[in-house]
Design a protein around this ligand. Structure first.
Ligand SMILES: O=C(CO)[C@@H](O)[C@H](O)[C@H](O)[C@H](O)COP(=O)(O)O
Ligand SMILES: [Zn+2]
Length: 190
């Protein structure tokens, strides 16, 4: 019974968080991100995504759905997760420190007009924050997927989607829902 209580509590928490991201104000913010993603791709720019742990998985998941496909058969779009190249991650981490694993790749790959999507449930992961700051210098636009009141990322990103929860797992569940909503929008404009 304890297990069942725990399951139901987690499901309840999940539903409550999804309710907060369904509010009109939050949906307006997601809409703005959908438009930014679409504008970036229409201009011929690319999307770079990054995060740690579960958020690294989200970055890869979303990037793959832009470059591969989501539901509809459509053209491929340029999106790269900065979490997948173990040579770059280990070399940059070893030579410059883990805090620079994403910012150094942004410096190497980003051009003005590209869109950075930084994913951090705390909003405070230093490697994510530094990459967003690097992108700002280059002239990229930026979106933060966060929680925990937004952390440092709230002040840095052009649009910060701050999921109203302090629980990492629940925040991540809202993030991947939003990621899929972006993919559906990209399908709809293609
Ligand atoms: O997926 C989970 C927990 O659900 C973990 O792997 C989690 O992503 C890691 O602890 C991250 O290092 C957390 O970083 P962040 O979300 O605060 O940037
Ligand atoms: Zn997780």
């Amino acid at each position: 019974m304890d297990i069942q209580n725990s399951i139901l509590t987690q499901m309840q928490e999940h539903q409550e968080v999804i309710k907060t991201v369904s509010s009109p104000a939050f949906v307006d913010q997601i809409t703005a991100v959908c438009e930014l993603v679409a504008d970036t791709l229409k201009k011929g720019n690319k999307i770079l995504l990054f995060g740690n742990g579960g958020s690294a998985a989200d970055a890869q998941h979303i990037a793959a759905e832009f470059s591969g496909r989501f539901v509809k058969e459509r053209r491929a779009y340029p999106a790269i997760a900065l979490t997948t190249d173990t040579s770059a991650l280990t070399a940059i981490g070893n030579d410059y420190g883990f805090n620079r694993v994403f910012s150094r790749q942004v410096e190497a790959l980003a051009v003005p007009g590209d869109l950075l999507i930084g994913i951090s449930t705390s909003g405070n992961s230093e490697n994510v924050v530094r990459a967003l700051l690097e992108g700002k210098q280059i002239g990229c636009s930026s979106v933060g997927f966060t929680g925990n009141n937004g952390g440092k990322m709230k002040e840095i990103c052009d649009i910060a989607l701050v999921v109203d929860s302090m629980v990492t797992a629940r925040i991540q569940e809202a993030h991947i829902l939003i990621g899929h909503i972006l993919c559906a929008h990209v399908d709809s404009i293609s």
